[in-house]
Write a protein that binds this ligand. Structure first.
Ligand code: N01
Length: 539
């Protein structure tokens, strides 16, 4: 495909186009504007917030504490915003997003209801031509994809789905006006984080809930609670230290990491640490021991502790056994819940195991497994996302020589630092595959990426350079390194979305980079060595 630049005539030309108005896109806009750039953000939704705009399902709540899962680039923002709970619910996060937009006067530079169809690098003009599904193409020197890691929903193929007479929903595309399940028989398909959060709430509201589970998940109680004034004041007084400490942590936030190895601990010490983690709740369990995700025997000892806790919560031993995961603990992201396992003790909740016999079809009135049709009025698909690459591959992105990113990545994504990909000059990806992203506190990772990109663009402008592009060699070395680091852990030992294993036909490649501090160190080294691994050019 060649781009006729004339098709872009009459349109506005920008220094940078940012695709997506989630946490990444908003901060990118603010950062580039502070360097004096003319920037346009294109956003598919009719509002900002990305993940938190679309995922409005009942019970949607962050699994990282609000005082860590928030921007740190502005101390004024940190001081003026009051989080109401330990873990913020989706509506509060969206309010925070709106506050950020107003406070930094971002709205006028965001074009809502604009889904990008293609982004093509025009070699003659060295500019990106970004075309939405409707409306005019825009051009810019830099194109920054802030399209999110979990924004392309996965709706698996179910025979007969179109024949279903009731309503269907995907947790990742929840109606803005909400859904009232009162008096209805509801099916939830899937038992990942979204299901674990929504099932307890839907069960309370609906007449009958049937949950279709293919793989059970580890979930730890979140112990969400309101934040008191004293707690908030203490955190606000210590924000700089809290943030600095967080950035030195492997997952980019304070997990109260225990640096000891379980392999060196007695069974009593392991049990005591697990009890402590259980009380801390949620993802704090990742911090139990330094070898939790390195040593399979250690992992299974800790998994056994959690399995016993699950069995204590669920009254029916058959149901308890079905809900108990057998896999590596933490290989799929741990869930943080409120009353998840207890919900299966309710009279109006039924668990259907589809691990051996999958869902055969959706009928006009329900979900069929084997000979039995489970009659329902509504179906909730909590079936996850085409993670990390899905949103990028949905856009027809073309670089030098008309190379399509989808083709380049057909055997798995290839990036340099998760920020750039060879053959696509002046294109950046925020939290792209090959960066720590989903294994970390996303906002901290996003800020690091935005600042890297902003500083890089400042550098190019100061040196009167027009182009930056990763070299093939640097990319090859980085891809190899990302794989080697993951291979040294237990993280790639199960069918997780980190590997793309949830999407039929998707090439299995462990996509995120394991370890925030070494990643940041690498980025800093690259800059200090005059953008090592990149080609910088005048034209
Ligand atoms: O998606 P998932 P999610 N038949 O992919 C099942 C983040 N997040 O939206 O495991 C039957 O985890 C699938 O089964 P299996 C968080 O990072 C964060 O829940 O493939 N079942 C699985 O049970 C999280 O990890 C928060 O066997 C089918 C489920 O659908 C990520 O988003 C909240 C099926 C999908 O689970 C994704 O979570 C929510 C089929 N054909 C999400 N196909 C918080 O911050 C799929 N499944 C708290």
């Amino acid at each position: 495909m060649t781009v006729d630049i004339k098709t872009a005539q009459g349109t506005t030309d920008y220094n940078a186009i940012v695709v997506g108005a989630g946490f990444a896109g908003l901060y990118m806009l603010h950062r580039l504007r502070s360097s004096g750039l003319k920037v346009r953000v294109l956003e598919a939704g009719n509002g900002a917030g990305g993940t938190w705009f679309w995922n409005r399902y009942p019970g949607a709540r962050c699994d990282i504490e609000s005082t860590q899962y928030s921007y740190q680039f502005s101390s004024e923002l940190e001081q003026e915003w009051n989080w109401s709970e330990r873990y913020a619910a989706q509506p509060e996060i969206l309010k925070y997003v709106e506050h950020v937009i107003e406070r930094f006067n971002l709205r006028d530079d965001i074009q809502f209801n604009t889904r990008v169809e293609s982004a093509v690098f025009d070699e003659a003009s060295a500019r990106w031509v970004v075309t939405p599904t409707e409306g005019k193409a825009l051009t810019a020197q830099f194109c920054i994809m802030a399209t999110g890691c979990l924004s392309s929903t996965n709706l698996p193929h179910f025979e007969g789905l179109e024949s279903f007479k009731g309503a269907t929903y995907h947790t990742g595309q929840w109606p803005q006006q909400g859904v009232d399940f009162t008096g209805l028989r509801v099916a939830v398909i899937g038992t990942g984080s979204s299901a674990v959060q929504s099932i307890p709430i839907i069960a309370e509201e609906c007449k009958q809930l049937t949950v279709f589970q293919r793989t059970p998940n580890y979930s730890i109680p979140a112990y969400n609670a309101p934040l008191t004034d004293e707690e908030r004041d203490r955190i606000k007084a210590n924000y700089p230290a809290i943030r600095e400490f967080g950035k030195r942590q492997f997952l980019a936030y304070d997990l109260q990491m225990n640096e000891k190895l379980a392999a060196d601990a007695t069974p009593e010490e392991i049990r005591a640490e697990c009890e402590k983690r259980w009380r801390l709740g949620g993802l704090y369990f990742y911090g139990a021991f330094a070898d939790l995700l390195l040593d399979e025997q250690v992992n299974q000892t800790i998994a056994d502790f959690v399995r016993d806790k699950i069995k204590e919560k669920v009254k029916d031993p058959v149901v308890a056994d079905l809900l108990t995961p057998k896999s590596i603990f933490g290989c799929k992201r741990i869930c943080a819940d409120t009353n998840y396992f207890e919900t299966f003790n309710r009279d109006n909740v039924l668990l259907v195991d589809v691990s051996k016999e999958p869902i055969a079809e959706i009928t006009p009135t329900g979900v069929r497994v084997g000979d039995r049709v489970y009659e329902v009025d509504a179906i909730v698909f909590a079936t996850g996302f085409d993670a990390m690459t899905g949103a990028l591959n949905r856009i027809d992105i073309r670089g030098r020589g008309d190379l399509a990113l989808r083709e380049k990545w057909a055997a798995g994504p290839r990036t340099y630092l998760g920020l750039t990909t060879a053959g696509f000059p002046n294109l950046f990806t925020i939290s792209g595959p090959g960066s720590p992203s989903v294994l970390t506190c996303m906002i901290t990772s996003i800020e690091q990426h935005v600042e890297f990109i902003g500083d890089t663009i400042d550098h190019l402008r100061a040196k009167q350079l027009r182009l930056i592009e990763a070299t093939e060699d640097a990319e090859e070395a980085w891809v190899t390194h990302v794989n080697e680091v993951a291979a040294g852990t237990l993280l790639n030992s199960c069918n997780s979305w980190y590997l793309g294993a949830n999407i039929p036909g998707k090439r299995r490649v462990f996509m995120p980079y394991v370890g925030f501090p070494p990643y940041v160190e690498k980025c800093n080294e690259v800059v200090a060595n005059d953008y090592e691994g990149f080609r910088l050019g005048a034209a």
